[in-house]
Design a protein around this ligand. Structure first.
Ligand SMILES: NC(=O)c1ccc[n+]([C@@H]2O[C@H](COP(=O)([O-])OP(=O)(O)OC[C@H]3O[C@@H](n4cnc5c(N)ncnc54)[C@H](OP(=O)(O)O)[C@@H]3O)[C@@H](O)[C@H]2O)c1
Length: 251
């Protein structure tokens, strides 16, 4: 199957490593060109150079109101177009709801929630028919993850805002969707496991609760995301797709 990605131009935020980077790799492998971002120019440049000549790195914090326009401008000036965006960002801090401070909620809200919506809103202004907006969310959209109170609080609302945006942008032929990673083996998940008294045992226990009995690889996530972002997925919008080895209990 041809995904139709050749010469398409995507912005992928939070793409210096982890799920964003893995998606950018797949997009480039299928012939697309990508602007990849992270908070430092050094990391963004390193990520772009690992991806090759069809990638360009920009330092841009998702919490910064100037970021959306800067990234879209980079896509159009460097690659002559803008066909879609995948919005990923560092996850919110771990801990229970009962002890999360106002400051922790506000910081996470700015980058995870408002930053993502602002990127989506600005992208929508610039996308033509066939454009796509993808949100990297979490299985916490569907069920709470123990110890991740802020994620559990923010992600479901963001998913519903994305669903609403799909209704609003559908008539223009712009698709909006979310990806719900479960446990994909990135720095983020390793950091979360390292908070346990016995990280290896925590990982084994978590893997044992997944029907496929293992963590996902970033490549598996990246292939799924690249398909959803591609023209081959042209009738998919308004959906939240778990990429979780079957872990989510609800359908
Ligand atoms: N991995 C999983 O299984 C999993 C499961 C559920 C949810 N998620 C969520 O999916 C998202 C991505 O996860 P991941 O595993 O790829 O995380 P990760 O390995 O920690 O990577 C996060 C990426 O986001 C960038 N970043 C962090 N803060 C940023 C900001 N304010 N503005 C722009 N870029 C920023 C980081 O780059 P710099 O450090 O260079 O800025 C890095 O490239 C997170 O929100 C995470 O909570 C992941």
């Amino acid at each position: 199957m041809d995904l139709g990605l050749k010469d398409k131009v995507y912005v992928v935020t939070g793409a210096t490593r982890g799920l964003g980077h893995a998606t950018a790799q797949q997009l480039v492998a299928e012939g697309a060109r990508v602007v990849v971002s992270g908070r430092s120019q050094e990391a963004a440049d390193a990520a772009a150079s690992a991806l090759g000549e069809n990638a360009h790195g920009v330092a841009a914090d998702n919490a910064d109101p100037a970021t959306p326009q800067r990234l879209i401008d980079a896509a159009t000036s460097r690659f002559g177009g803008f066909d879609g965006i995948l919005i990923s960002v560092g996850g919110p801090g771990a801990g229970p709801v009962s002890t999360a401070t106002d400051e922790a909620w506000r910081t996470a809200f700015d980058s995870v929630f408002l930053g993502a919506l602002r990127l989506a809103r600005t992208a929508a202004e610039h996308l033509a028919e066939g454009g796509v907006i993808g949100f990297v969310l979490s299985t916490s959209v569907r069920q709470p993850i123990p110890g991740l109170g802020i994620s559990n609080g923010l992600r479901p609302g963001l998913a519903m805002a994305a669903k609403t945006l799909a209704d609003e942008l559908g008539p223009r032929g712009i698709r909006v969707l979310g990806l719900l990673p479960g446990r994909i083996d990135t720095d983020r998940v390793r950091e979360l496991d390292s908070l346990a008294a016995d990280p290896a045992a925590a990982r084994d226990t978590a893997a044992a609760s997944i029907p496929l009995r293992r963590y996902g690889t970033p490549e598996e996530f990246g292939r799924t995301a690249a398909f959803l972002l591609s023209p081959a997925a042209s009738y998919l919008t308004g959906l939240m797709l778990p990429v979780d080895g079957g872990a989510t209990r609800g359908l």
